[in-house]
Design a protein around this ligand. Structure first.
Ligand SMILES: [Zn+2]
Ligand SMILES: [Zn+2]
Length: 350
């Protein structure tokens, strides 16, 4: 395909998303070239667009957006044996070095040399043609759609989060934030056998969606008093939760999560609020509430794909809006607007 046909959505800076044609090289020895199909917009994408940064990552130069994606293999490098032209694949966006100590220990998500799509300075996959490491592409069974392939990215976050939180049969689970990650955590927690899942949000519509998705309790956050909210949660759930999954990125929710979780329980921090947060750490320490971080996911794409392929989890229901690559800017506006009631915005790049 001619280079000028590689239309790409490029973020130049805060509030400056442009469509432009970019060159594309042939795939490297262990890479595949993918004709992109579905790319989901994530909270982090919106954050880069509205703020020019996300957490510790700052945009210094133009970057192609997109990291939740799938497409069709159109060319393979010489060393690639497990994929062929025509294969439909989901793309795991982070490629680690594979050789450092932490990679060898199996926690490759923490690799210091990770190259992750649409995390500065690495380009993403919101474009027509994209090259990626073949061993981080997963072939989709015929009955799994491209959109479901793209949804494996946020689903992997939820699978990893529930794994870190040790959500299991009989668990009482509290989730902060009924956005895409919170909702996916709800679905995964239920699949893992959680007996009771409560979810909090400030938005009535999102809470109604969570109820529809099977939340046993929905709790509207209408106070800044974390200890009072923790008591309300315990009353509502008939006891304190074993596990709290903080998916809202709101600092006060992290505080509430500590107060709300039962002694000996676990708080998992998925959302990203401020870089420094004041939390009642001594309260957590004396009650042996473990606080665990989550950074993306690690070896979870195969599990996420198996859950979708077997019909255990339906991620399609989260997709509320569809746009074409040409309408990427509108897609970002929609993802960023509360009024749009968007849960997952999907872009079709073909
Ligand atoms: Zn994402
Ligand atoms: Zn490494």
């Amino acid at each position: 395909m001619a280079a000028e046909s590689n239309l790409s959505a490029v973020l130049y800076g805060k509030d400056d998303l442009r469509l432009e044609h970019r060159d594309i090289k042939l795939p490297g020895e262990n890479e595949v070239q993918i004709a992109m199909r579905s790319v989901g917009i994530c909270g982090s994408d919106v954050k880069y667009w509205t703020h020019g940064k996300c957490g510790r990552f700052v945009l210094d130069e133009p970057m192609v957006m997109g990291h939740e994606s799938s497409g069709t293999v159109v060319a393979v490098g010489r060393g690639v044996t497990h994929l062929a032209k025509g294969d439909r694949v989901a793309i795991e966006p982070g490629v680690p070095c594979r050789t450092c100590r932490i990679c060898k220990e199996g926690r490759y998500n923490l690799c210091a040399d990770m190259k992750f799509c649409a995390t500065p300075p690495v380009h993403g996959s919101l474009c027509r043609l994209y090259n990626h490491a073949a061993d981080f592409c997963y072939k989709l069974p015929a009955h799994v759609s491209f959109e479901e392939g793209a949804m494996l990215e946020p689903l992997s976050v939820a699978v990893y989060t529930c794994q870190r939180g040790e959500v299991r049969v009989g668990s009482k689970v509290l989730i902060f934030g009924a956005g895409p990650i919170g909702l996916l955590c709800l679905l995964v927690a239920k699949t893992r056998g959680a007996s009771s899942v409560a979810i909090t949000d400030i938005d009535d519509y999102r809470l109604a969606v969570a109820k529809e998705y099977g939340a046993d309790h929905v709790i509207k956050v209408a106070t800044n008093d974390s200890q009072a909210l923790a008591r309300t949660i315990a009353d509502e759930m008939g006891g304190q939760p074993d596990v709290s999954l903080e998916c809202s990125g709101v600092d006060s929710s992290f505080v509430t999560a500590i107060y709300a979780t039962r002694s000996g329980g676990v708080v998992v921090l998925v959302g990203r609020g401020s870089l420094d947060v004041d939390v009642p750490i001594v309260n957590a320490a004396v009650r042996e509430v473990d606080i665990r971080g989550v950074f993306r996911y690690c070896n979870n794409y195969p599990q996420a794909l198996a859950m979708v392929a077997s019909g255990q989890i339906d991620t399609k229901r989260l997709i509320t809006h569809n746009f074409t690559l040409e309408d990427s800017l509108q897609a970002f506006h929609t993802a960023n607007s509360r009024q749009s009631r968007a849960i997952k915005v999907m872009i079709n790049c073909s």
